[in-house]
Design a protein around this ligand. Structure first.
Ligand SMILES: Cc1ncc(COP(=O)(O)O)c(C=O)c1O
Length: 395
């Protein structure tokens, strides 16, 4: 969360006073249809044909994207070893098996390891644009085309981020975003899915609404209604997000300006090496990312006065070796309902270990992230440049 103010309060107040909180109400009955309007605005913003807002967060967005693509038991989905565990758990939620692949020196999914992990059972690749950075979508889309796979983008940490000028989330066959408290724009919790495919959208729409059968939209669908989950968004969420979306370009502009200024000034600073970027101008600019020769040097740099750096290896749930329930096949259902025991999943690549992605562990141990704040003033920026330069010189 970066910026929330009076406008959000006014928008939410208006909905609370209207007593129209249910998004599926008939527009003519006085409901403001905030979710519908947000979805239209999000489609326009991302350049997608269809958007669906939901509760249940980016996790629900990923689940609906996967369900929308009819991914399920018998399918493998390749996910990166460095991401929030929800990317992989969403795959299990639809009954498929996550296959964990290395990240490369850009901290993003490694196309070389992805190709090695593609099997006859692979159905999709899930690039995750973590930290507002971008995956190498050129190489990953080429692999998907070569092997006829779906691409489900996890853009939960990357609202508004672009790759080659295109919004991430919209590049693959479906993409998901998170609007939880920690994200660039927020309504507390919530997520969205985007796709250009009418069929994928319709399946996601039905899957996200346990009452789909009873909705007016059911009559207009080109697919039969089936039973899914309950991830419907409320009008309060829609109202807040419409205001937040108006703020998003400004937040990104400020983040990028500050990040570019700092990285530009430090381009030739002693011992300062930036993480290779797949699209330096498209990334959110929410952080500066450095890479060093070894962990000892990375830790010395991160803890130098004023740097306030963190090592990705310390980010707990974002590192696959800490995904206990997945590594140990502990899913919240018993016996045969656990996807790891599904007959359809027999023989799939589900053998995990804490050391199975050594390249990722090495890169995460040698990298440092320094957060950027869009509210930084000139003196804060100059100070950051100074302390980072000094930390580099002291290594
Ligand atoms: C990369 C990534 N994927 C998925 C999620 C899940 O999003 P949510 O918490 O909104 O369900 C998150 C949230 O932190 C995330 O960072």
């Amino acid at each position: 969360m970066y910026r929330v103010g009076k406008e959000e309060v006014k928008a939410v107040e208006r909905i609370i006073k209207s007593k129209q909180y249910f998004r599926m109400a008939d527009g003519k009955s006085g409901c403001f249809q905030e979710c519908d309007k947000f979805e239209k605005e999000w489609s326009k913003f991302t350049g997608s044909k269809h958007s669906l807002l939901m509760s249940g967060g980016g996790t629900a967005g990923l689940i609906c994207a996967l369900a929308g693509l009819e991914i399920g038991p018998g399918d493998e989905v390749i996910v990166p070893a460095y991401t929030f565990m929800a990317s992989a758990s969403a795959v299990l939620c639809v009954g498929a098996i996550p296959v964990i692949a290395e990240v490369d020196d850009s901290l993003m999914l490694d196309p070389v390891d992805v190709e090695k992990k593609i099997s006859k059972r692979t159905k999709a690749i899930m690039p995750v644009h973590l930290l507002g950075l971008t995956c190498d979508m050129g190489k990953l889309m080429a692999l998907a085309n070569k092997y006829k796979l779906f691409v489900v983008e996890d853009a939960c940490q990357a609202s508004g981020v672009t790759y080659n000028g295109i919004k991430v989330g919209k590049i693959g066959h479906a993409g998901a975003y998170s609007f939880n408290y920690f994200k660039t724009i927020t309504c507390g919790e919530g997520g969205a899915v985007v796709t250009d495919s009418k069929k994928v959208f319709e399946r996601a729409l039905v899957y996200h609404d346990s009452g789909a059968n009873f909705r007016p939209f059911a009559k207009k669908l080109s697919i039969p209604v089936f039973l899914g989950m309950q991830f419907r968004a409320s009008e309060i969420m829609g109202a807040m997000l419409r205001v937040q979306l108006k703020r998003l370009p400004g937040i990104l502009k400020d983040l990028r300006k500050i990040k570019n200024r700092i990285s530009g000034e430090l381009a030739s600073a002693q011992n300062i090496y930036f993480v290779r970027s797949n699209d330096g101008q498209g990334e959110a600019g929410a952080g500066l990312h450095f890479q060093f020769e070894n962990e000892k040097i990375a830790r010395k740099f991160a803890s130098a006065p004023g740097v306030a750096g963190t090592l990705p290896i310390d980010s707990g749930k974002h590192v696959y070796s800490n995904w206990g329930p997945i590594l140990e096949h502990r899913i919240g259902v018993t016996g045969a309902a656990n996807p790891y025991f599904f007959a359809a999943n027999k023989g799939l690549n589900m053998k995990y270990s804490k050391t199975m992605c050594p390249k990722t562990l090495d890169i995460l141990r040698r990298s440092v992230r320094v957060g950027v704040n869009p509210e930084w003033k000139e003196k804060d920026i100059e100070n950051k440049i100074r302390v980072i330069r000094k930390a580099g010189e002291s290594l």
